[in-house]
Ligand binder design. Structure first.
Ligand code: F3S
Ligand code: F3S
Length: 108
């Protein structure tokens, strides 16, 4: 099981979650961040710190954002398991469902 980052992260990338993750498994794409489904240890530390509540346990992802499970898992299809996000920096990639979104407006 894993946690999943969903649409509110797109074009915001607050990154508060990154500092909380004990296993450094939250990777930065171009428009959002993605949790590695095999590296995540389900500690849940990231979930409460996201200011826009973009992070959910996989069974709790709201219906409208269910595709983000696929987006998080699929993001790593070509990357495999890098074993740490910090050394990767921003990855010049997004899952196709994220890349296809219109620019997302944020109040802050
Ligand atoms: Fe995104 Fe929230 Fe993390 S906006 S980068 S999931 S703190
Ligand atoms: Fe890290 Fe969040 Fe998983 S803090 S271990 S990505 S539940």
């Amino acid at each position: 099981m894993t946690y999943v980052i969903s649409q509110p992260c797109v074009d915001l990338k607050d990154r508060a979650c990154v500092d909380e993750c004990p296993v450094d498994c939250i990777y930065e794409g171009k428009r959002m961040l993605y949790i590695h489904p095999d590296e995540c240890v389900d500690c849940g530390a990231c979930e409460p710190v996201c200011p826009v509540e973009a992070i959910f346990y996989e069974d709790d992802v709201p219906e409208e954002w269910k595709d983000y499970y696929t987006a998080n898992v699929g993001f790593f299809e070509t990357l495999g398991s890098p074993g740490g996000a910090a050394k990767m920096g921003e990855i010049d990639l997004d899952h196709p469902i994220v890349a296809a979104l219109e620019p997302q407006e944020h109040d802050h």
